[in-house]
Ligand binder design. Structure first.
Ligand code: ARG
Length: 398
């Protein structure tokens, strides 16, 4: 009886979300509108779009959201130097709110009653989808078939075959992979043993550090109010810029992360990431901030960056606290303009130079050579008063 009720499905083209198109119809009588969001590094888009239609999707849409992802999600996250547990640049966490926004937009246009995603019960992504969709439109029903159908990989394959859904021809990769402009996340398979070194085939973007060129490479990144705008002096759109920085790091074996991560749902998991662009840009951006932000602002900002990363990781992009944090971060970026020079060498990337018209570095104050303008006499009095409470305490202590 629900014949023409519609559900908007976050479709990736993989086995699970393909099966979902048929399953949503069978189980709920819902017509699926498949939405494939390209947040960077997506491939075979038209083929996957057609595949959804062949399975029986009422509509199949590909949305090129790379620009929006770069400007509305990556950029604020870069402003906050966001790294979860000081290491992970939040690749998947960042794309989820974008996808939610696009799904809800399609749902409104199409008059859909529900939104569906392919996340399982054990990950963070389900939380991000559920919270994101509820924040944007609490009246939409949220369906997460993979959370309720209890199918194993084999059962999903059987279901696909029984329903004429194309299945992968070559043997499946053992990994679960999520990828976008900001990086690549790899889980499962042999990585589930935290003692085992990630096999070479876990990596698809970066070369092994030992195979990287023996010559170092330098790269100059120009920032304008916190936004990376140029490489080696030539300006380019942010999407291209991130791509290029990614490519340079990848070629030098930089950007691999192998970590034990605390998921929101209580599980510790072993995660591998390849994020040469994100890590280099955060490193450069942070370094430039050290040059142009005054101490108190910088220290306070660092303490909020952690909160920002946690909120983002935990699916809180649309939370009012997050909105306020973003406003704070944005305000701090006004003078974050300048150039940072990076040096890549066999798996490492380091900042080796920075300059800015807004630099607070004053050679006259810092130098130990000639031309010193720092007031040495004032320092004596400063130490006297600064240490006074400690001295008073020490006298009593003796
Ligand atoms: N652990 C990371 C996160 O929670 C990556 C998740 C990647 N998702 C995936 N389907 N492989 O953000």
């Amino acid at each position: 009886m629900n014949e023409d009720k519609k559900v908007v499905l976050a479709y990736s083209g993989g086995l699970d979300t393909s099966v979902m198109i048929a399953w949503l119809k069978e189980k709920y009588g819902l017509e699926a509108i498949a939405v494939l969001v390209d947040a960077g590094r997506a491939s075979r888009l038209e083929e996957l779009r057609q595949k959804a239609l062949s399975i029986g999707a009422a509509e199949s849409i590909v949305i090129d959201a790379r620009e929006e992802f770069a400007h509305d999600f990556v950029l604020p996250s870069l402003a906050a130097n966001a790294l979860y547990e000081e290491r992970y640049p939040l690749v998947s966490a960042l794309s989820r709110p974008l996808i939610c926004k696009l799904l809800v937009g399609v749902a409104h246009k199409a008059g859909a009653v529900a939104v569906a995603h392919g996340c399982t019960a054990k990950g963070n992504d389900q939380v991000r989808f559920d919270l994101g969709i509820r924040a944007l439109d609490p009246s939409l029903e949220i369906l997460a078939p993979a959370r309720e159908w209890g199918m194993t990989r084999e059962q999903a394959l059987e279901y696909a075959v029984a329903h004429d859904i194309p299945v992968p021809l070559k043997k499946d990769s053992p990994y679960s992979i999520d990828e976008n402009l900001w990086g690549r996340a790899v889980e499962c398979g042999p990585l589930e043993d935290p003692w085992q070194e990630p096999p070479g085939d876990a990596y698809a973007v970066t070369c092994a550090p030992e195979a990287a060129p023996d010559e170092p490479a330098y790269l100059e990144i120009g920032f304008e109010a916190g936004e990376p705008v140029s490489l080696n002096g030539s300006e380019m759109p942010m999407v291209d810029l991130i791509d290029r920085v990614d490519g340079i790091g990848a070629a030098h074996g930089f950007g691999r992360i192998d970590m034990i991560e605390n998921r929101l749902v209580g599980i510790k998991s072993r995660e591998v990431y390849e994020t040469p662009g994100a890590l280099a840009l955060i490193m450069a951006h942070r370094d430039l901030e050290d040059l142009v932000l005054p101490r108190d602002l910088s220290h306070f900002k660092r303490s909020l960056e952690r909160k920002f990363a946690d909120m983002l990781y935990n699916g809180g992009w649309f939370d009012p606290l997050m909105v306020a944090l973003r406003a704070f971060m944005e305000e701090t970026q006004r003078r974050v303009s300048g150039t940072v020079r990076l040096k890549y060498y066999k798996g490492s990337c380091k900042v080796v130079g920075r300059k800015s018209a807004n630099s607070l570095y004053d050679l006259g104050l810092a130098t130990y050579g000639g031309g010193d303008i720092f007031s040495h006499e004032a320092a004596k009095g400063f130490c006297e008063l600064f240490g006074l409470p400690l001295e008073v305490w020490a006298r009593k202590e003796r």
